[in-house]
Design a protein around this ligand. Sequence first.
Ligand SMILES: C[S@@+](CC[C@H](N)C(=O)[O-])C[C@H]1O[C@@H](n2cnc3c(N)ncnc32)[C@H](O)[C@@H]1O
Length: 178
Amino acid sequence: MHTESTDPTRQPVTYRPIGVIRTPFTEQENTPIQGIFNPACGTVEVFPEYEEGLLDVESFSHLILIYHFHRANGAMLRQKPFLDVQKERGIFSIRHFNRPNPIGLSIVELKGVRGTTLDICGIDVLDGTPLLDIKPYVRQFDHREEVRSGWVDDQHVDDIREWNSTPEALRHRGRVNL
Ligand SMILES: C[S@@+](CC[C@H](N)C(=O)[O-])C[C@H]1O[C@@H](n2cnc3c(N)ncnc32)[C@H](O)[C@@H]1O
């Protein structure tokens, strides 16, 4: 999938983690497929050199965490998503961790700030996931009233929390492709 090129737009990009996400999850199969499914809590441990960047973070109820799927195991361009096991979808239409650049994002609830440790809930990542960035979730920027959700709408899933407790969801609990 990688193309050797001198084209400046195709050069590798390197980031250093700003911290690590601590969660109760050690196996992919047992990790929530989206944080909204499960109120699981954990912590974000920001490395000390970034402490100043946490100024004012405590005034937000929700944060967007951007991280590296460090246990991804290969890039794919098509996958069957969790909610639609019959049909493959393009990787950029689903949230699978095996992506060309294994970057994930989670909107989490911020419960408290203790120095460089953030207490969070609604997390869907493995323990030890390297954190790349934190952004505030801002209702005025991030919420949209009228949205289309592509193949997810086709599954007639209006409230994903309700779907999550159906027998169908329980049967597919081991699949983690959404
Ligand atoms: C479907 S992804 C969704 C993550 C994120 N909310 C998103 O939309 O980008 C969540 C799944 O990724 C897997 N996962 C979580 N953390 C991971 C990591 N650090 N490396 C590899 N896979 C991970 C787990 O199986 C989890 O159920």
